[in-house]
Design a protein around this ligand. Structure first.
Ligand code: BJW
Ligand code: ZN
Length: 246
């Protein structure tokens, strides 16, 4: 990929960069996306599974879905896209990752400042007393229960639930103050996460989209790459580093 020289110069001068990521960045690690061409929710309706009422009605089914995804996530590794974003820390003064993913792959790739808007599949909590539980849950007697008798659920954000306030506030601040805002592998249809794109734009950030297809926000970005994120991000970081040494 031959990048425009002006883009490389612009990026070189940038100090604060945000990577806003979605399921597409983890697609190359073998984790299915929700929507888009190969999305799992072409077959399953998101709102029907990812909500608290469904969990109360049929916790076995919801746990079956999360246990299946947990297994895929455990067997996966960060890909070239996650690694390129972690490498960006060696290029820019400030790098913030704002992710909608629950898979922990940004941290595993080495990214230090990661805000998780929709939780993390490695944590769980009791719906009654809010006690947190680690990953090792006991499924031998069916859906895991807390000492207090309450059902244990994954610590993820379902439809109709508030995002963790500290994570969203920090993400919003980063979106407001960054020079460049990358939007990587997200359909940008889920709010309030997608509102960060508009916040970044209103505050003068340069918007770069990386996705394999057009999305809801494609019309408002400054630059788009319609190719897999692993390829684009690794080539882009390599070009910036090479140009820094010449
Ligand atoms: C690649 C690639 C490659 C593939 N390289 N790219 C009407 C209007 C506006 C908002 C609403 C509304 N009605 C209701 C709402 C609110 C609702 C919402 O946004 N709904 C819309 C869908 C209509 N939002 C909420 O409910 C949120 N909470 C909230 O609003 O609280 C306030 C409130 C409280 C109480 C009452 C009322 C309001 C919470 C949203 C929670 C979302 N949760 C999920 C599940 C998380 C846990 C889990 O993982 O199981 O989060 S849903 C799911 O969508 C998941 C994702 O994080 C999220 C976003 O998806 P993402 O990451 O964008 O993935 P995809 O699959 O959509 O896209 C992948 C992209 O990758 C595609 O574009 C591909 O092309 C691309 N791609 N390969 C580059 N190699
Ligand atoms: Zn409890």
């Amino acid at each position: 990929m031959q990048f425009d020289k002006n883009l490389i110069e612009k990026l070189k001068e940038s100090k604060s960069v945000v990577f806003f990521t979605g399921a597409g960045i983890s697609a190359e690690s073998g984790i299915p996306t929700f929507r888009g061409k190969d999305g799992i929710w072409n077959k399953l309706k998101p709102e029907e599974l990812a909500n608290f009422d469904s969990f109360l009605k049929n916790p076995e089914l919801i746990w079956e879905w999360y246990s299946h995804r947990k297994k895929i996530i455990h067997e996966s590794k960060p890909n070239a896209g996650h690694i390129a974003i972690a490498e960006a820390q060696n290029i820019f003064t400030e790098v913030t990752v704002v992710t909608q993913n629950i898979d922990n792959l940004h941290r595993r790739a080495g990214s230090k400042t990661v805000y998780e808007l929709h939780g993390n599949i490695e944590r769980n909590y009791c719906i009654k007393c809010k006690t947190f539980y680690s990953e090792e849950l006991d499924f031998s007697k069916g859906v895991p229960k807390c000492k207090c008798g309450g059902l244990i659920r994954p610590d993820v954000v379902w439809f109709g639930e508030y995002l963790p306030e500290d994570q969203f506030d920090a993400a919003e601040k980063a979106a407001r103050t960054c020079d460049v805002f990358f939007i990587v592998g997200t359909s940008a249809v889920v709010y309030p996460a997608a509102s960060l794109v508009f916040i970044a734009k209103q505050n003068g950030a340069y918007l770069v989209e990386v996705n394999i297809e057009k999305t809801e926000i494609s019309e408002i970005v400054d630059l788009s790459f319609y190719e897999p994120s692993g390829k684009i991000l690794s080539e882009l970081m390599k070009d910036i580093r090479t140009s820094q040494t010449t």
